[in-house]
Structures are given as C-alpha cells and as structure tokens.
Design a protein around this ligand. Structure first.
Ligand SMILES: Cc1ncc(C[n+]2csc(CCOP(=O)(O)OP(=O)(O)O)c2C)c(N)n1
Ligand SMILES: [Mg+2]
Length: 427
C-alpha cells in the first residue's frame, strides 16, 4: 500500500482574529506605530500612484506633540479658517450629545454619535467645494454641520416629525439632501461606494467639474461593493475620493475581521493602482491636507485617491449598543492619537489665536444654539408621539409614477382606515 505523503502534516486550521483587549483588561497601545508629525513626503498631485506606496503604510500627520503644524502637508490655513473648523467640530459634538440624550428621553428611536471622529467629516468638508457630491456613511453628520446645513432640518429627520423632509421613511440619522450635495444615507453598508464612483463617472462624462467623495467604515470594506467600486474608480480614473474611516470597531467586531491584522486599509489602494494615503484621522490639518490633495488630483483628471483615516470610535456604535460588553473601557482614553477637537484647540492656542476662555464661551454658545434648534424642531413633534405624516404619503416618493400594485395597496389601506372610523390626517 502506498504511504500517504501528507501523513506527517498537521491538519489544516484557520486563523480567527481576536482583539487585544476585552472588558476588564488594562489597555496598552504601545504597539501602534505613530510616526512623527511632518514625516513623509507630499508628492505632486499628478504623480503616478506607484511612486509613493509608502504613504499607504505610514501616517500623514501635521500637528506635532507641541500642537505645532509641521512638515510638507501643513495646509497653512488662516487662523480664521482654523477657528471656523474648530467651531464646526465642536458644534458636531454638541449636536451629537443633545440628540443622544433625546433618544434616551424617548424622543426618537435611534441615534449614532461621531465622537472622536469629528475631524474626518468636518475637515474634509472644509477642503471640498460646497457642491462636490458627498456619499457618506451614517457617521459623517459633520459634513452637513460644516456646510452650515440647518440643524432644525436635521433634527426634524431624527424625530421623523411633520417637518421631516423624508416624511418618516428613513431611519433616524439617515439624512438626505440634494441641495446640500449630500446623498441619502443607506443602512445597507458600502452601497454608497459604487454610487459615488458612478456619480463621479457621470460628472466626468457630462464634462462637469464637480467631484465625488465617499466614506465607509473599515468594517464595511469587507463588502464586495467596496472592491467593485475600487475597480471602476481605477479603470476609468473616476474623479472620486474614497475615504475609509478606520475607527477600530464595527459594532462589536474589531478591525482585524476586516483585514487589519494583515495590512493597512490604505494599502488596499495599491492593488488597484489607486493613490493611497494613510492619515491621522484625529489631526484636522492632516485630514484637510490629504482631502485637498485628493480633490485637486481628482479635479485635474489625475485619478481617484483612497484615504484611510486612522481614528477611534470613542463611544458606542449607536444608541442600541453597549461597548462595555465587548471592549475594554480603557481604550478611548489610551488611544495614542488624542482628541481631534482638543488638538486643533491647542494648535490655535499655540499660535496665539485662541485661549481656554474663548473655547469655554464657544462651547456654551454652541450648546445654547443646539438647545434652541431642538426646541424649534420639537414644535413639529417627536417620534412615537402621534402620526406626523398623512397616511397616504407612506406610498409616495419612491417611484415617479406609482406602479398599479402600489396604487391598489394604497387604496386598500385608505379604505380600511376609513372603515375603521379612526381619525387620520389626509394630505
Ligand atoms: C450589508 C450590511 N451588513 C451588516 C449590517 C449591520 N451593520 C450595521 S453597522 C455595522 C458595522 C459597520 O462598521 P464599520 O464599517 O467599521 O463602520 P462604523 O460603524 O465603525 O462607522 C454592521 C455590521 C448592515 N447594516 N448592512
Ligand atoms: Mg468602524
């Protein structure tokens, strides 16, 4: 009998990633490599992506340990612009705080904070043009806030109330505004990626000058949509910025399940021949610099850029989550890249353009603004307290021409309501 040539091999096995810290563990992030600010070159925007693969493995950082802006990526923004950026980030945090509490008070069913990730959205909005088209995930409310979008309008959506432009048809926080160049947020992860690339291709096909930018969480890069979007973006050199927000967690799954143990998320770009930048996502100046570099590259037909924003999700995934069940409570404070708002504030103070007193006064003023907006929005009602939309709108707004079977169902519902004798609001 012939002997089995594999008899001496160990049986095959799989590697199952495991996060470094679990509840109760002492956190030590010493193995996270944080290169000094200012290290790493800034290539010309027209340079071939193949010539700077190192930027997909490093970390573009501008703000150093003393809160000074250093190195070739320093965007050299005026103090006034820095203060406006700081304000938009602080306003985003104040908004999140208030809406989170509104959920806990039973005024809405769901909320998602972006705490610790404010720079990712706000600094990008400052670097993009107002009419560049954004295809966000659910954690970039900072884009709308940085674009000065009406906060009452945002709250109306969160409350699904009479003022909700989406007529209660979307989950709270899934905003949509064409006038704000902010595409409808989708609950189905990563769908915005191919949509952004398609929109960018259409913009180019029409000879327009607007570009697209999209954001996804690192966990969602495991979706097929992420990869097909990268292929299309690469092949046609679509004028698009592909942002991956690596906040270390995808609800209770750590980034290792999306491939973080093997390589960086920015390095995904290399396989597609796309420019890849890995950026300190808690450094607003680095996010601004990388985004404006990528925007110029896209706008001059030099191709797409994939930007990994290395950051940390300081709070729970959403109001439905309890992170104490799966990660160490020590992680947020041990995070080596600090807090994005604190770092930009310190930079302005270091420049002699700001102080703690002004910061405190601004925070008070913003909290008051958010409170006033909330009061205004609540005049239109809150979720779960009454029927805010006429019942027949339930079927509208999806098709330009309502198909016959929906018309039939709508009529059936209205007839049943009529017969039930219950009062309801017709348009
Ligand atoms: C296609 C799909 N799969 C799963 C889910 C459930 N889900 C919602 S958010 C989420 C985690 C996403 O994590 P990540 O992409 O890292 O984004 P983050 O929440 O960290 O911003 C999951 C699994 C979903 N909404 N859609
Ligand atoms: Mg994540």
């Amino acid at each position: 009998m012939a002997s089995d040539p594999r008899a001496n091999l160990k049986p095959l096995s799989l590697h199952v990633p495991e996060p470094k810290f679990r509840p109760g563990d002492v956190v030590d992030f010493a193995d996270i490599e944080v290169p000094p600010a200012g290290a790493g070159r800034r290539p010309d925007v027209a340079e071939d992506a193949a010539t700077f693969p190192e930027l997909a493995y490093g970390l573009v950082r501008v703000l150093d340990g003393e809160a000074r802006a250093v190195g070739p990526w320093d965007p050299r923004l005026s103090p006034d612009r820095l203060r406006r950026m700081l304000r938009a980030m602080a306003l985003t945090r104040a908004y999140d705080e208030r809406m989170f509490r509104a959920q806990r008070q039973g005024k809405t069913s769901f909320y998602m904070k972006s705490t610790g990730e404010e720079a990712v959205a706000v600094a990008a909005a400052f670097a993009l043009d107002r009419d560049d088209m954004c295809f966000p995930s659910y954690r970039q409310q900072g884009l709308l806030i940085a674009r000065d979008w009406d906060m009452v309008d945002m709250m109306n959506q969160v409350y699904s109330n009479r003022g909700d432009r989406l007529e209660g048809k979307q989950l709270p926080i899934m905003y949509s505004t064409k006038e704000g160049s902010f595409f409808s947020i989708s609950g189905n992860l990563a769908t915005q990626y191919p949509q952004a690339v398609g929109w960018a291709m259409a913009s180019a096909a029409k000879g327009d000058t607007r570009i697209a930018a999209t954001w996804t969480g690192e966990g969602s890069t495991a979706e097929g949509d992420f990869h097909s979007a990268c292929t299309f973006a690469s092949v046609y050199r679509a004028p698009v910025i592909l942002n991956v927000v690596n906040n270390q967690w995808a609800i209770s799954s750590f980034s290792g399940f999306a491939g973080a143990e093997a390589t960086t998320f920015a390095a995904r770009a290399i396989g597609y021949g796309i420019a890849g930048l890995r950026v300190d996502g808690n450094d607003a100046l680095a996010v601004y610099a990388a985004t404006s570099w990528a925007a110029e590259r896209a706008r001059t037909n030099a191709g797409p850029t994939l930007i990994e924003h290395f950051t940390y999700r300081t709070e729970g995934h959403s109001t439905s989550d309890d992170p104490t069940q799966y990660r160490s409570a020590g992680e947020p404070t041990a995070w080596p890249l600090g807090d994005p708002i604190g770092r930009l504030k310190d930079h302005l103070i270091q420049l002699g353009e700001w102080d703690e007193e002004r910061q405190a006064a601004m925070d008070l003023d913003l909290a008051e603004k958010v409170r006033a907006a909330q009061k205004e929005a609540e005049k239109n009602g809150v979720l779960g307290h009454g029927l805010h939309q006429p019942l027949d709108t339930l079927f509208e707004g999806v098709y330009e021409e309502m198909p016959w079977h929906l018309r039939e169902q709508q009529q059936m519902m209205l007839d049943e309501e009529e017969a039930s004798g219950r009062p309801w609001a017709r348009k």
